[in-house]
Design a binder for this molecule. Structure first.
Ligand SMILES: [Zn+2]
Ligand SMILES: [Zn+2]
Length: 123
């Protein structure tokens, strides 16, 4: 593949935004994203920022869900204990206890999802 600007020079990569082939001379130095122009570089980092914000927001949602499930699990567990003392019905105890267990698992799952460090691939 040849550079889009220099037809005789072998490309070393493509623009991250528009996909044009770039040679060593046309590509920006490493810390910058691989882009054919300032416009493409700007667009690319703007999109990446948007993705980062989206990921950060979903992480917050996962954390909120985890808190919600932990609370529900505690309430269900409390209901199971209450049923044990005041309504000695095996069905109620099993129902509330089982619900608490399921909610606890969901809470742990969401906690793990919130902790997972998601970052978009570089370049
Ligand atoms: Zn481009
Ligand atoms: Zn070039």
């Amino acid at each position: 593949m040849k550079c889009h600007r220099h037809e005789t020079v072998e490309a070393i990569g493509v623009c991250a935004q528009c996909g044009r082939a770039l040679c060593r001379e046309c590509a920006p130095p490493p810390p910058a994203p691989l882009a054919c122009s300032a416009g493409c570089a700007e667009k690319f980092s703007a999109e990446r920022t948007a993705i980062r914000q989206l990921l950060a927001r979903s992480e917050q949602n996962a954390r909120a869900s985890a808190a919600y499930y932990f609370l529900s699990a505690t309430l269900s567990g409390g209901a199971a204990v209450a049923a044990w003392f005041w309504l000695p019905s095996p069905f109620l105890i099993a129902f509330a206890g089982g619900g608490a267990l399921v909610l606890l698992v969901a809470a742990l799952w969401h906690t793990r999802a919130a902790r997972k460090n998601i970052s978009p691939p570089e370049n």
